[in-house]
Ligand binder design. Structure first.
Ligand SMILES: Cc1cc2nc3c(=O)[nH]c(=O)nc-3n(C[C@H](O)[C@H](O)[C@H](O)COP(=O)(O)O)c2cc1C
Length: 255
């Protein structure tokens, strides 16, 4: 069996709870045999927004090595290069204003057109992890945003698998500060160090992360097996070289 490679991306600007959730999901992925995992944090990274003064320069000039002429070889370009070598992703975001962080949104905005054009991340698997202070602070909405962004560039979103346990989110890993000794998020004094790891108390939340990670690895394995029967190039449509496609050739490839 070939190795399956799963990359966990923590999309918070802080070394905090999102990292806890993503690492837990990677531990879940690693429960399956022949799975390799790697952790990536956006904390301390420069994740520039899509702000090209000339629209769609990435479409015309971007390459898998350097997707964005506007920002050059910044941390998004580095991360994108890394992502191409993995079979599946755990995408973790803090809930900001009921949705994903600007860092996660910026990553996807920057990758959208290059992925349309080159199909470099096509058919890789994605699971979502969301962390909010409040118990119902927007975790589900945030996971569904991650799914939506995945679908736009042809990634395959998955959930945590069979949710037979009480309080496990149906869509992915969902964590809150409101567990254990802290019934309410407001129990944490503002600026308290312990707030950065608050979700370590949230056992059902951690279980939902582990299950999601495991499910990402499982589906990535199935997709890998599929590609030993169907060459990757045969799934590119419209037809083209190395996942790119000529502007004029919109012929659909039949396997
Ligand atoms: C700008 C901002 C917006 C936030 N919006 C929400 C929210 O809508 N709902 C919620 O429950 N918590 C919200 N929070 C709290 C964070 O989701 C929470 O602190 C989370 O643990 C942050 O992840 P981190 O610890 O990995 O940085 C917000 C925090 C910030 C800084």
């Amino acid at each position: 069996m070939n190795k399956i490679r799963i990359l966990g991306i923590a999309g918070s600007p802080r070394h905090g709870n999102t990292e806890v959730g993503v690492k837990e999901a990677l531990a879940g992925a690693a429960e399956l045999p022949d799975v390799e995992t790697e952790f990536y944090t956006m904390a301390g990274k420069k994740i520039n927004p899509c702000s090209c003064p000339v629209a769609w320069r990435c479409w015309t000039e971007g390459t898998p090595e350097n997707p964005c002429p506007r920002w050059g070889n910044d941390d998004v370009a580095q991360l994108y290069k890394k992502m191409q070598t993995f079979d599946g992703f755990i995408v973790g975001s803090p809930v900001y204003m009921g949705g994903v962080s600007s860092q996660i949104k910026a990553l996807w905005d920057r990758l959208a057109l290059i992925c349309y054009r080159r199909m470099t991340l096509r058919n890789k698997v994605v699971g979502g992890i969301a962390i909010a202070a409040y118990r119902s602070g927007g975790q589900e909405q945030t996971i569904l945003e991650i799914w939506k962004m995945a679908v736009v560039i042809d990634l395959i979103p998955v959930g945590p698998g069979p949710v037979m346990q009480d309080r496990v989110c149906m869509w992915g890993g969902a964590l809150t500060h409101e567990y254990g000794a802290h019934k309410y998020a407001s129990d944490y004094p503002v600026g308290a160090e312990e707030e950065l790891t608050a979700v370590e108390q949230d056992e059902p939340g951690l279980l939902s992360c582990r299950m999601t990670g495991r499910r990402v690895a499982e589906v990535a394995r199935v997709v890998q097996a599929g590609f030993s029967a169907v060459p990757r190039e045969a799934t590119y449509w419209p037809a083209g070289e190395a996942g790119g496609f000529p502007e004029t050739d919109w012929k659909i490839v039949t396997v």
